[in-house]
Write a protein that binds this ligand. Structure first.
Ligand code: CDP
Length: 676
């Protein structure tokens, strides 16, 4: 599934089934926090840094594009990203830096921008534009930068005017790794020493990477807190392997704990203390979770002059996380255990499955995440059948689990009181993934999650991984049938795009077979000859290109010769059998999609979620098909509608749409309204 830019996108609506145990092992994407910081510190290093295992999510891509706009050179060969940076290359960008949905990009880059002469504008999408930036603006202003945003809470877009900075000592009111990082990054450009004191230790990746790059940095732990001091320094390039993201691993760990009879191993996860609080919480709940092979190692411990060991050091401790299903009981979770609060949505799902009442204390910051996550978590917990209350800054979850052992349908410790649900994540990636875990736990049946596309910001392979460990997820299947010129292609393309689904043009497959028959001198009426060809040919229906047996035929299948030959080929039952099988396999591989043709709603997918039969007045269809003589179109319609094998007919439960004199937008809006 890719967007027009070749980037993976995810469907907006996903149906996730429960009732199946999960098993096996997987690797989650590279840690998002480390990835952002590796790109930025790499851009500041004097030379070329090699970064392996970077997160492939949209958020990290924003930082990558941003450091390039600031003057670093970035190359990606699919496995290794190289960043060539240095102070002399960096400059304020020509246009605004688009941080998309990524708060990390915006806050960290604000720190770098404070050190650059000129004005850097940092902008984001609607959700990011509602997230306060005052806590990062205040220290940067105190250092001498000018930072402006909207209103008292300094909402984006931000304009940062950098210049000569002075070191400060800053104690953030609320522990925040992003604020700490912004101040430390600005500190690299400041006169004197810059110190950040945190009362609660937050993720240490900026200091780890700065140490790896040889910065003049000093880290002192004091009780639960930490002070980091940095002085202006010239950074050297480094090689790094980004370990797996623990906050993504948390989805699988909780899934293994709550889905009956499951056991999973997540390989190569960052296992530093500031990021694995969720494991301590789960252990307290009685979960069978473990860390395997975690060797604590400070970043850059084995520096070899380039700031890395041979093939790239890893940042901090790395371990496999293992988890197994078992009964869970309630606990109290304090915000300080999970400073970023990133794992709270999925821990709330664990709490919903546990026996007793779990209290999450001090969760106010959840209100200003990608969505109002406090409200969203409560909504999800209630949707799946447990009870959730917001009491001041606390979230209270009354679980439906049966830790004692009689269990229900799920067996011992099963959370039999859960049920399937419909949930709108409102584009918040962590809410969408937490909802998927809740659906996996809810037993036999299927839940519907809307707003799933946001998962692309952090975990584009989430659905593929869900299937890999034995979960079932599918996207909607929309069947669009109709005669030539009824608007099928335009409409299906637009519907697919709006829903974030893939599209299959089955007509292109029949056309490709017709083209190959003509090409090889096989008479289109030679039923056994064409059938053999159809069964043996390898067809890639695209997009972007239609390919048959290695030959790109995207435009060759639209010629008058193929127009004339295709109906006979399509009337051949054996050809149809071969192609229908592949069309069904396509839908399985893609987990659904928008499929257009003549027999999709009647034969190929009689159980499609939505069937549309498009039509239009014959004159209108002939006009739309100017390249094909109107008698040719009429002949094809006649043959397609009267053949014995899967004739073109409207399925009894298909919705009829007459597109004559109607705009594409109108038709799309009507079809989308049926899917809601
Ligand atoms: O471009 P147009 O909409 O006219 O047709 P197409 O979708 O490219 O399909 C070309 C021909 O393939 C049709 O005229 C049908 O004979 C055949 N076809 C079919 O029989 N069953 C399908 N599911 C799709 C196409």
């Amino acid at each position: 599934m890719t967007s027009g830019h070749g980037r993976p996108v995810l469907p907006e609506t996903v149906l996730v089934a429960g009732g199946m145990p999960l098993g096996g092992e997987l690797r989650v994407p590279g840690d998002k926090s480390i990835s952002h910081r590796a790109l930025i510190v790499g851009a500041l290093g004097e030379g070329t840094s090699l970064l392996r295992g970077l997160s492939d999510g949209d958020d990290v891509r924003r930082t990558r594009d941003a450091v390039a706009a600031l003057g670093a050179e970035v190359h990606d060969d699919g496995e290794v990203v190289t960043v060539t940076g240095g102070r002399s290359l960096l400059h304020a960008p020509l246009g605004p830096l688009d941080c998309g949905n990524s708060g990390t990009s915006m806050r960290l880059l604000a720190g770098v921008a404070a050190g650059l002469a000129g004005v850097t504008v940092l902008a984001g999408d609607a959700s990011l534009s509602a997230r306060p930036m005052d806590r990062v603006a205040a220290p940067l202003r105190a250092m001498g930068a000018t930072v402006t945003g909207n209103g008292p809470r300094c909402l984006p877009p931000l304009a940062v005017t950098g210049g000569s900075l002075e070191g400060i000592t800053w104690t953030p009111e609320v522990a925040s790794a992003q604020v700490k990082s912004a101040v430390l990054l600005a500190g690299l450009f400041a006169a004197g020493e810059t110190a950040v004191r945190e009362r609660v230790r937050t993720r240490p990746h900026t200091e780890e990477l700065l140490a790896l790059a040889g910065a003049d940095i000093e880290v002192t732990d004091e009780g639960a807190g930490r002070t980091v001091r940095v002085r202006a320094s010239s950074l050297r390039p480094f090689d790094v392997v980004v370990p797996g993201d623990p906050s993504q691993a948390a989805f699988w760990v909780v899934a293994a704990c709550v889905v009956p009879k499951s056991a999973l191993r997540v390989r190569g996860v960052y296992a530093g203390e500031t990021r694995t609080g969720f494991l301590s919480v789960l252990r307290r709940m009685g979960a069978r979770v473990g860390l395997d092979g975690g060797a604590p190692g400070p970043a850059g411990a084995a520096a070899n002059g380039r700031g890395a060991v041979a093939a790239g050091s890893s940042v901090g401790a790395v371990a496999d996380v293992t988890a197994q299903w078992g009964p869970l009981s309630a606990t109290v979770v304090d915000a300080s255990e999970i400073p970023s609060l990133d794992e709270v949505p999925v821990l709330a799902v664990a709490a919903a499955c546990a026996e007793g009442t779990t209290r999450f204390v001090g969760m106010g910051e959840l209100r200003v995440k990608e969505s109002d996550r406090l409200r969203a978590v409560a909504r999800l917990v209630s949707a799946v059948g447990a009870v959730a209350r917001i009491e001041g800054e606390d979230l209270v979850v009354e679980g439906v689990g049966d830790a004692g052992g009689t269990g229900g349908a799920g067996g011992v410790g099963g959370a039999s009181g859960l049920h399937h649900f419909r949930f709108d994540s409102e584009g918040d990636h962590r809410m969408a993934m937490a909802a998927a875990v809740a659906a996996l736990a809810a037993g036999p049946g299927e839940s519907r999650i809307d707003g799933f596309g946001g998962v692309a910001t952090s975990y584009p392979a989430f659905l593929a991984h869900l299937r890999h460990v034995g979960g079932h997820a599918r996207v909607q299947l929309v069947a669009i049938d109709g005669p030539a010129g009824s608007g099928k292609s335009t409409v299906s393309r637009a519907i697919a795009e709006r829903l974030g689904l893939d599209r299959l043009d089955t007509g292109a497959m029949y056309r490709a077979v017709a083209w190959a028959a003509l090409e090889r001198g096989i008479d289109p009426e030679d039923a056994p000859g064409v059938a053999e060809l159809a069964h043996e040919a390898v067809i890639d229906p695209g997009p972007p290109d239609v390919v048959i047996d290695g030959v790109v035929v995207t435009s060759a299948i639209r010629t008058p010769e193929v127009n004339r030959a295709v109906s006979a080929v399509a009337a051949n039952p054996s050809v149809r059998a071969a192609l229908v099988e592949r069309q069904r396999a396509w839908a399985v591989a893609h987990g659904g999609g928008v499929v257009e043709g003549r027999d999709i709603g009647t034969v190929v997918f009689p159980h499609a979620d939505l069937k549309v039969f498009l039509t239009a007045a014959p004159e209108e269809r002939a006009r739309r098909r100017r390249e094909e003589p109107s008698e040719g179109v009429a002949r094809r319609d006649q043959l397609d509608s009267t053949r014995t094998a899967s004739p073109l007919v409207q399925a009894a439960d298909a919705r009829l749409v007459d597109t004559t004199c109607r705009s594409v937008d109108e038709v799309i809006a009507e079809i989308l309204s049926w899917l809601r």
